[in-house]
Design a protein around this ligand. Structure first.
Ligand SMILES: [Fe+2]
Ligand SMILES: [Fe+2]
Length: 340
């Protein structure tokens, strides 16, 4: 994939999850502690997220995947990558309960977490379903693999609620990119069932990214210095979840990187800069958040250009006539004027 196509794809993933929602964070209440104001924004954000999810993003494993269009010729590498991503999704009990314990006093985050758990639970189910229906794995093989995973437990990689908000924002964007790259591979191999599956899954991940992004923006608005310091720290220590817990991950990671789906080097170039740019922070903050000087300058220029384009488009929408509107002069008047 060339650089422009990939940049467009990343841009689509960044923004897709906020389709139908205004890209602004709710206003904080004028009174109350910073914590109370942040909580208010989280809850309001969750309500918007949930409404949008219920109206536009629900999908059904049985009904919405063309299961008769799996391709028996799909490669073993693709099957291995699907199985590996299923393994990451299988630590759901730890993700939900450990994060829930950390944020249980936040109504917005806790209710989001419950909904997130439901959406994530479908991801391992649907990927396993594809492994079995495509004939790449038997039911027994899937069960045995599952058994081999559940002995280990995932632990929180960061200690505070703010750092975990930042971590999950980055991780959801990386996951969305993983699934989008794998979807392209599935399409190239002619497996429509897998391609459709991955379209649904990556759109969930993109929506998750956007909820967490709005949370980080709320923190940035009300606790800017602490949040920038945390962003720098989390980016520096970032690793995708659960890899250390999955048997034979090194081999799987090589297959994933070899297929151009995801790798540690891609993380810096494809995830860090677009995510930082998408937060809409200042030039100085981009540098303080750890983006190297030249990259920070480019990211800030790009963000400025995008904001200017959006302003121009908004201006044009306000002052141009909608398509299909009748001309200003009525036809009979034009007729009169055209009499020689
Ligand atoms: Fe997922
Ligand atoms: Fe997700």
């Amino acid at each position: 994939m060339n650089d422009t196509t990939e940049a467009n794809e990343i841009q689509r993933l960044l923004t897709e999850g906020r389709a139908g929602e205004p890209d602004t964070i709710p206003d904080p209440p004028r009174r109350g502690t910073v914590t109370a104001q942040i909580e208010e924004i989280f809850y309001e954000s969750f309500l918007r997220y949930f409404k949008n999810a219920e109206q536009k993003r629900r999908w059904n494993i049985e009904r919405d995947i063309p299961w008769d269009k799996t391709n028996p010729e799909t490669s073993e590498t693709t099957a291995l990558i699907v199985e590996s991503f299923t393994a990451v999704e299988m630590f759901l009990p730890d993700y939900t309960h450990r994060i829930m314990q950390l944020i249980r006093r936040s109504r917005g985050r806790a209710w989001f977490q419950a909904n997130w758990g439901y959406e994530e639970s479908k991801h391992s189910l649907v990927l396993e379903e594809w492994l079995i229906r495509s004939g790449k794995r038997t039911e027994d093989q899937v069960r045995d693999f599952e058994e081999s995973l559940l002995g280990a437990e995932w632990q929180l990689p960061f200690e505070t609620a703010r750092q975990m908000m930042i971590y999950t924002m980055i991780q959801e964007m990386a996951t969305a990119l993983n699934y989008t790259n794998l979807r392209r591979r599935a399409s190239d191999e002619g497996d429509e069932a897998l391609a459709r599956t991955l379209t649904w899954v990556s759109s969930d991940e993109s929506a998750h990214y956007n909820f967490f992004r709005k949370g980080v923006k709320a923190y940035l608005m009300l606790e800017p210095e602490e949040t920038i310091a945390d962003i720098k720290y989390v980016f520096e220590c970032f690793a995708m979840p659960a890899h250390a817990l999955i048997p034979g991950w090194e081999e799987r990671a090589l297959a994933i990187e070899g297929a151009g789906i995801y790798g540690p080097k891609m993380y810096l170039s494809k995830i860090r800069r677009p995510v930082l740019e998408d937060l809409g922070i200042s030039r100085t903050q981009l540098k303080e958040a750890g983006l190297p000087g030249q990259e920070a300058e480019e990211a800030a220029d790009h963000a400025d250009q995008r904001a200017a384009d959006e302003r121009t488009a908004a201006f044009a929408r306000r002052f141009s006539l909608p398509a299909g509107v009748a001309p200003l002069s009525p036809p009979h008047r034009r007729r009169v004027l055209s009499v020689p």
